[in-house]
Design a protein around this ligand. Structure first.
Ligand code: FES
Length: 104
């Protein structure tokens, strides 16, 4: 599926993300060497994969872990999600997100 990620300089990157590798959005960003740290390894514990959803894409509901982490994260907006909690599926085709500012 094709996903667009706007980096922290406002530059858009088109990423081709595989649906058959059980990857999440944080991992895909890292594989394209975008500046997403993913410090906790995708456990919803660090919020370094925090991003804003810009498209109208229907996304899976947030899990409790994701909600709890976003409660503690900085720069949280209504369209905030954790990239590591967004598994790449066909439903994400056309998704457009922007990387949230780094908190540290
Ligand atoms: Fe740590 Fe997503 S990688 S919260």
């Amino acid at each position: 599926v094709l996903i667009t990620v706007v980096d922290r300089h406002g530059e858009a990157h088109e990423l081709e993300a595989p649906t058959d590798m059980n990857m999440n959005l944080m991992e895909v960003c890292k594989s394209y060497e975008l500046p997403v740290k993913g410090t906790c390894g995708g456990m919803a514990l660090c919020s370094t994969c925090h991003c804003y959803v810009l498209s109208e894409t229907a996304l899976p509901e947030m899990g409790e872990d994701e909600e709890d982490m976003l409660d503690q994260a900085f720069f949280v907006e209504d369209n905030s999600r954790l990239g590591c909690q967004l598994r790449i599926t066909e439903a994400l085709d056309g998704l457009r997100v922007q990387l949230a500012p780094e908190a540290d």
